[in-house]
Design a binder for this molecule. Structure first.
Ligand SMILES: Cc1ncc(COP(=O)(O)O)c(C=O)c1O
Length: 430
């Protein structure tokens, strides 16, 4: 082992981006609860505003607590830079704001979190941004949809709600051939289980609200720049490749590309999208999520071990029609799970009861240890009926295609004792 051996994952989860506070010596990262920062003098202010020097200006654009969080997640993912957002959806909005012009399209997997399906198909339509839906389990379906209008491909590494593992490398090859970035939502896997940049992704987005924060107490989102996409190679991405009017005609892709550590996408997300759209994370939430990340490896492993134990138990129960957990050896996705998430297939999976829709409703009504709510990635075990909640805006056909048919129950297995989790499901199934 040499002195320059990079820190390993568990160490980075605790230390990346952080140091004792230079002024007070505070060991935990302080909550910098401030809106703005004093300039040293007029020249300093001008340099900051002109992007000639990095530094704090205003908390809508950056904040020292947020900065540690951004460095931490970027280090865990192996990216060049991070930009935090108020929520996962805020992060997604900023990514597309950088990439898209009116009339452009993205190709997205139809197996996505229902809120993302809604955001892409309904709200983004208002900006003139279109979406084409492909089948995450069939990489060739992405290739068939590529056109001149395509500006990005969007997938989840482990798809919500059914917990299916996506073949990132196969879809990255399609994106590369099309000359567009592959965006991976790595919320469900977290960088502990899967690191999409190692498989060809160019941009990663997170809902920090879930496993990274991990305690169900704060909203947050993150964009991580892979630093591995050449924005200047075509004129597809004018935000990065053309002179930027609001920064003295600077070309962001040129200035912050190779010469500056390949952080152009992150810079644009901060100085254009955060500045103009405004979805900044609260310093308090950045602090709480940073604390959560310190125990990410411990929690994630326990989530996965518990999920596998509960899935195996459910599989044997006669009241259960099917269990859809790619950690199970007989699952169609098991080989992909072993390749992309070898430490475990996450904590979220779906199952159906032989009693169908009514039995499913009874189950969510009768749980005691589980909480019936629309969230995942909490220390606590959570249960939901996607068809009537998170995915309720979808048609019946789209529900089935998204893996959220009427009889489907989704669980997010917590880090309690697996026996207590199974006991609760046993009593609630009646
Ligand atoms: C996979 C996934 N991506 C994105 C989001 C959106 O994140 P947020 O709720 O933080 O906006 C969610 C929320 O459930 C999610 O599950």
């Amino acid at each position: 082992m040499t002195d320059d051996t990079p820190q390993a994952f568990n160490t980075r989860a605790i230390h990346a981006g952080a140091a004792p506070d230079p002024t007070t010596g505070a060991r935990a990262t302080p909550i910098y609860q401030t809106t703005a920062y004093a300039f040293q003098d007029a020249d300093h202010a001008a340099r900051l505003f002109g992007l000639q020097e990095f530094g704090n200006i205003y908390t809508r654009i950056m904040n020292p607590t947020q900065d540690v969080l951004e460095k931490r997640v970027a280090a865990l993912e192996g990216g060049t830079a991070g930009v935090a957002a108020a929520s996962g959806h805020g992060a997604q909005l900023m990514v597309f704001h950088n990439l898209m012009e009116p009339g452009d399209d993205i190709i997205a997997a139809r197996q996505l979190y229902g809120g993302s399906i809604n955001q892409f198909s309904q709200s983004f339509k208002k900006f003139g941004w279109g979406v084409q839906w492909a089948d995450a389990q069939d990489p060739t379906s992405f290739e068939a949809l590529v056109s001149d209008k395509t500006k990005a491909i969007f997938i989840e590494s482990i798809a919500n709600p059914a917990g299916l593992v996506t073949d990132i490398e196969a879809i990255a090859a399609v994106a590369q051939k099309a000359g567009v970035p592959l965006i991976v939502d790595n919320t469900m896997a977290t960088p502990y289980l899967c690191r999409p940049f190692e498989h060809g992704a160019n941009i990663i987005v997170h809902s920090l609200t879930k496993f990274l924060g991990g305690h169900g107490n704060s909203m947050g989102g993150m964009i991580v720049d892979g630093g591995n996409f050449d924005w200047m190679a075509s004129d597809k991405f004018p935000t990065l490749s053309k002179p930027c009017e609001s920064y003295n005609n600077m070309v962001l892709g040129e200035v912050f590309g190779e010469a500056f550590g390949h952080i152009a996408f992150a810079i644009a997300a901060r100085v254009l999208s955060l500045r103009d759209l405004g979805p900044c994370i609260a310093p308090m939430n950045a602090f709480l999520i940073l604390n959560g990340i310190e125990t990410l490896p411990l929690r994630m492993q326990r989530h996965c071990d518990n999920a596998l134990a509960v899935a195996k138990w459910l599989e044997k129960d006669s009241r259960v029609a099917w269990v859809n957990y790619s950690g199970l050896e007989n699952h169609a996705n098991h080989a992909l799970a072993q390749k992309y998430v070898p430490k475990g297939a996450g904590s979220v999976f779906t199952f159906g009861l032989t009693g169908g829709y009514e039995a499913g409703k009874n189950l969510v009504n009768n749980v005691k240890l589980f909480t019936h709510l629309a969230n995942l990635g909490d220390t606590r075990s959570l249960i939901v009926h996607p068809a009537s909640t998170t995915h309720s805006q979808l048609s019946e056909e789209a529900l089935v295609k998204a893996g959220a048919g009427p009889e489907v129950i989704r669980v997010s297995i917590g880090i309690e004792d697996a026996t207590d989790i199974a006991k609760d499901l046993n009593q609630a199934m009646g």
